[in-house]
Ligand binder design. Structure first.
Ligand code: AQP
Length: 327
């Protein structure tokens, strides 16, 4: 039986990149045969969060987002990362077999540093905690966006180091990213990868004025609609491609290529995008409101998830302890 595991940081509101790159896959996979673990990565969020109330709020928002988008706790173990402190024990065991060089090569760490984000030790060692998350559940498949593939490869490396020293303790995981490059790495309104920490994101549940404002920020140029253009070079067209059916997308592309009278301008593209975001997420937005009104049920879901996840992680950590001589 295949075991699937993934997580999302409760570091703010979930954006289109989180949805198309990760959450949509999580929900789809949870309906397939196998074991499924999906968690709200609050330990990871601590690398940047400094406000206790806000972090709790974000955890609730993440849970509600998962549930509103169709993740059913009957199909998957849905849990909060910090309810399984066993992963911190495992982090130490993995840290002791991992060279500094491996972590120094992490793109995400290097990108954040290059953008002037002052890294703490937690951010630097984040890939070890992520490897512990993956290995603790004997995960076979880790569905993530493209930016996380290197971290899954690092988990493979750490699995190899530990097993190399102590025998076959951990299962080697594989990353799974969306087949289409556009979904695997959704651009932000500035054309870079959409990221909360880059401030270029669009919240999936935004609506009305704030949504229009977010979409208006998508970078364009000053060419008039009549001028024929290559649709692949236009950022608003990339956003539309996330949502449109193949036929409607081809129609837009053709009109952009042709130019002339009646060709769509950037304003038209953005207006259509606002409609699509409003429509596609409308049922989940309504469901989100219902879920927020029942905090007791949210707590029960987390408690059930914690119990199942913790039992599983404990067994793996005990196995690792015995293998390396701590028992
Ligand atoms: N732009 C993206 N395109 C496709 N997938 C993406 N993911 C994130 N951004 C994109 C995927 O979403 C999952 C959860 O991401 P995370 O837990 O790393 O953290 P996040 O804070 O939600 O993502 P950000 O916005 O990219 O965070 P920061 O700014 O903190 O680095 C992962 O599977 C990720 O691949």
């Amino acid at each position: 039986m295949t075991t699937y595991l993934s997580g999302v940081q409760p570091s703010g509101k979930q954006h289109l990149g989180n949805y198309f790159g990760a959450i949509r896959q999580h929900v789809e996979l949870s309906k397939e045969e196998g074991e499924h673990f999906f968690f709200i990565a609050d330990y990871h969020a601590l690398t940047t969060s400094r406000d206790a109330g806000e972090l709790r709020e974000h955890v609730r928002e993440m849970l509600v987002t998962y549930l509103a988008l169709g993740l059913d706790p009957e199909d998957a173990v849905v849990f909060r990362h910090s309810d399984v402190p066993e992963v911190c024990e495992l982090t130490w065991l993995l840290a002791c077999v991992t060279g500094m060089g491996l972590l120094e090569r992490a793109h995400s760490y290097k990108d954040k540093k290059a953008r002037g984000i002052k890294p703490n030790v937690g951010l630097f060692t984040y890939p070890i905690l992520m490897a512990a998350d993956i290995l603790a559940y004997d995960s076979d498949v880790v569905p993530v966006g493209k930016d996380q593939v290197q971290h899954v490869e690092m988990a493979q490396d750490m699995c190899g180091y530990f097993n190399g020293f102590y025998g076959d303790v951990f299962v080697r995981p594989e990353a799974r990213i969306p087949k289409d490059e556009l979904f695997a790495k959704v651009p932000g309104v500035d054309g870079e990868k959409m990221s909360k920490s880059y401030g270029n994101d669009v919240w999936i549940f935004a609506t009305g004025k704030p949504l229009k404002k977010a979409v208006a920020r998508i970078v364009t140029d000053s060419r008039p609609p009549e001028e024929p253009k290559d649709p692949d070079e236009l950022l608003p067209m990339q956003f539309l491609a996330l949502f449109l059916s193949a036929d409607e997308l081809e129609d837009w592309r053709e009109r952009v290529r042709r130019g002339g009278d009646g060709a769509p301008g950037y304003g038209h593209m953005k207006q259509r995008l606002v409609e699509l975001i409003e429509d596609v997420f409308a049922p989940a937005r309504a469901r989100r409101e219902e879920l927020l009104a029942d905090p007791g049920e949210l707590e029960r879901i987390l408690a059930r998830g914690a119990e199942a996840a913790r039992a599983r992680a404990r067994a793996t950590v005990d196995r690792a302890y015995r293998a390396c001589g701590l028992r």
